[in-house]
Design a protein around this ligand. Structure first.
Ligand code: IPM
Ligand code: MG
Length: 332
């Protein structure tokens, strides 16, 4: 493999004033797959018009057409004592959140105008049926694949706010129609996002694959992170296509840990690298079509955890380098 590294987000703003430059976008376009680090910084700009690191991420996802974000949540046996949720509640939880990534509330028209008490701000949530259907397909395919490999019935839960939002009613309609027409073997149910959030943290085992709107997915995936012990354990894949089985072609795409840049521990060498390493495993599986290598890397992380190699956020004293070395040792 050939690797090249580029500044992005806060690092790019420091060098160029922009979170995402054309040069970096071109490099991402011509790469077989992209692995992203956290984009933020401790220094929040006070000027609301200043470039923001996160905007680079939104722009990169949009430019690469990465409409499906896959965020696996897994209760690692070795971390069953970790996190705020009760051990017996999260034990054996194993689910995937599919977050729509290029539409919805984070991609609609935004604005701020006026002065004083008349200052007015708005964000809009817009979806076409086509945008919903293509990400729904990814979720149905994943539900089918996971059911097959785990020898259990395929289940998909769609989370929306159809009692209030028009976009959610369209969402529900498209999901239901696609399920009936093409995925009759997948049991589809719908939950409203408020009660869905509660169910996710109180009965996570009832879920297998979840599909939801962009902002709902952003929030629900952080809320679900403690199931896996820490936000630092969470990996993600952002795809411009569906990982239908059998995987006939590598999907490319972008892979990143779900965590932010953790400015409170910056430069100390103690950040949890497992989320980034698990993102690299997803890159192998979906991006390059190397499922065996992906599983080897995931098993190596599991082995490192079982050997008690824990960074601070998961209750240990290991450094980033210690945890990385432990994974490499397990791989060998
Ligand atoms: C995430 C992040 C980003 C998002 C931010 C940094 C724009 O929170 O990937 O979950 O909301 O998509
Ligand atoms: Mg987020």
């Amino acid at each position: 493999m050939e690797f090249s590294a580029f500044p992005f987000g806060a690092a790019s703003i420091e060098l160029t004033g922009l979170p995402l430059t054309d040069e970096v976008l071109d490099a991402c376009r011509s790469a077989d797959a992209v692995l992203v680090g956290a984009v933020g910084t401790a220094h929040q700009p006070t000027d609301p018009a200043a470039p923001r690191p996160g905007q680079g991420l939104l722009d990169l996802r949009a430019a690469l057409g990465l409409y499906a974000n896959i965020r696996p949540v897994r209760a690692w046996p070795a971390l069953s004592d970790m996190g705020p949720y009760r051990t017996e509640t999260v034990k054996d939880a194993d689910l995937v959140i599919v977050r729509e990534l290029t539409g919805g509330l984070y991609a609609g028209t935004r604005g701020l105008r006026g002065t004083g008490a008349d200052r007015l701000a708005f964000d809009t949530c817009v979806y076409t049926a086509g945008e919903i259907e293509r990400v729904a397909r990814v979720a149905f395919e994943l539900a089918r694949t996971r059911a097959h490999s785990r020898r259990r019935p395929a289940r998909l839960t769609s989370i929306d706010k159809a009692n209030v939002l028009e976009t959610s009613r369209l969402w529900r309609d498209v999901l239901t129609a696609l399920g009936a027409a093409e995925y009759p073997g997948v049991r589809l149910d719908h939950l409203l996002v408020d009660s869905g959030a509660m169910a996710l943290v109180s009965t996570p085992r009832r879920f297998d694959v979840i599909i939801t709107e962009n902002m709902f997915g952003d929030i629900l995936s952080d809320a679900a992170a403690p199931i896996s012990g820490s936000l630092g354990m969470m990996a993600s894949a952002s795809l411009a296509g569906s990982p239908a089985e059998p995987m006939t072609k590598p999907l490319g795409g972008l892979y990143e840990p779900v965590h932010g840049s953790a400015p409170d521990i910056a430069g100390q060498g103690v950040a949890n690298p497992y989320g980034a390493i698990l993102s690299a495993a997803l890159l192998l599986r979906y991006g390059l079509g190397l499922p065996t290598e992906a599983a080897a890397l995931e098993d190596a992380v599991e082995g490192a955890l079982a050997a008690g190699i824990r960074t601070r956020d998961i209750g240990g004293v290991a450094t980033t380098a210690d945890a990385t070395r432990a994974v490499l040792g397990q791989l060998r």
